[in-house]
Design a binder for this molecule. Sequence first.
Ligand code: NAD
Length: 505
Amino acid sequence: MPMRTATAKTTTFDNFIDGAWVPSASGDTFENRNPANTDDLVGDFQKSTAEDAAQAIDAARFAYERWRLVPAPRRAELLFRAAQLIADRKESLARDMTREMGKVLDETRGDVQEAIDMTFFMAGEGRRQYGQTVPSELRDKFAMSIRQPVGVSAIITPWNFPMAIPSWKIVPALVCGNTVVFKPATQTPLSALNFVRILEEAGIPRGVVNLVTGGGGEVGSALLVSDTVRVVSFTGSTDVGRTVAERAGPSFKKVHLEMGGKNVVMIMDDADLDLAVEGCLWGGFGTTGQRCTAASRVVVHESVYKTFLEEFVARARALRVGDGLDPKTEMGPSVSEGQLQTVIKYVDIGLKEGAKLACGGHALTTGPYARGFFHEPTIFADVAPSMRIAQEEIFGPVVSVIPCRSFEEAVAIGNGVQYGLSASIYTRDMNRAFSAMRDMDTGIFYVNAPTIGAEVHLPFGGTKATGNGHREAGTAALDVFSEWKSVYVDFSGRLQRAQIDTADL
Ligand code: NAD
């Protein structure tokens, strides 16, 4: 059982190592509280150490020798079962998620749905994982490429998609034949534990998936420096991603990084403005702006700037902020005190930089908001592209609206940040849409839709400081969790030397 009731009021949840639910060697735990109401203690979770991480790595190393030999279609059968279990429990999983990280129920249902979709999709890869068979340049010789698992995989995840992102990593790792040590964000250990519990119930063998909760510095670092861990898949901030790459580098692991974003919506003079306003509201304030793909910059053509801004501000002001468990709520709290303080800090920076505060700008601290981390939906207008609020990831309900004079200027502003995750354009001009699709330096691009809303069967990830050349989701995810092996079978019965001997015509 993953939990032990410590007192009448508190539930303590364990790590999952080598098929058993166990406490940390530290004997210590950390609290997980509801960000909409900090009086609500979700549970206590293991404050794990490097020693716990080492035990989990050992279990994963041992289990790998059996799991890699299980035929991929058989591995997939367990994943199909897991997908169905997640679907059966979608509502309670979504409620747990809203309670621990605050986003509204519709969105946590979407998060769980993404885990269902990904698990079904990747389980299908159990019968594919296609390689190539190609002709050899020599007679009586056969040539093909096959995927092989990499080994023990460290999975380090953020809190904003507590089940979707772990599924994007763990499920492709498993279907390829790898074993896993999973360290989730400290803000969302319950959703991580719920996911692992379902994998256990689905019959994933002992040691194949291990869960170790706790801090990045302690548990995360132990995973990065281990020689046994052969691949690290990390999603989180660009600063921590850089540390992950540096620490994992000396042992030559595969390192897959999905990091920050400063995404842009470009609204042209011929755009459907009502549609654009809808998109910017959803893109900017969905998940309280705490999406890596959040539309935190809106670049608007000067001829429609005033009309767009008026409508956008009116709609943002009307958004209902509150507890995500209340069906009437449209925007929940920030995930933590620290995240709320970051939002407050950036509002101050925007004001000092001379941007015009068009709406919002304050934390909500009284009445129903008194025990949570709430902030008004905030829009800055007349923002210059070089301002910090237009350059740095805020990860909160703050949108910068930037005027522009032409399509070319919009593209230049859009590309003028260190990140390269997602961009979008609102236009009715097909030529502009295709030009922007080609010219935006991002991994994801939308036409007449906001910057958010990825689907699991397409590659997901970004360029520049957002990523390091890998993608998750789609079949691209298989490349992170497998190595290519080229296999040659010579059935000629004699030595044939490639590039030296030539086959007779
Ligand atoms: P974070 O970087 O603070 O933490 C991410 C994970 O790394 C957590 O599990 C954390 O405990 C761990 N960690 C922290 N320090 C570590 C260390 N020294 N060694 C190893 N692990 C360590 O990010 P966050 O606040 O959890 O998430 C928000 C960030 O994630 C934003 O920047 C957002 O853009 C990004 N994000 C990116 C994507 C994407 O696909 N590009 C998706 C979601 C979120």
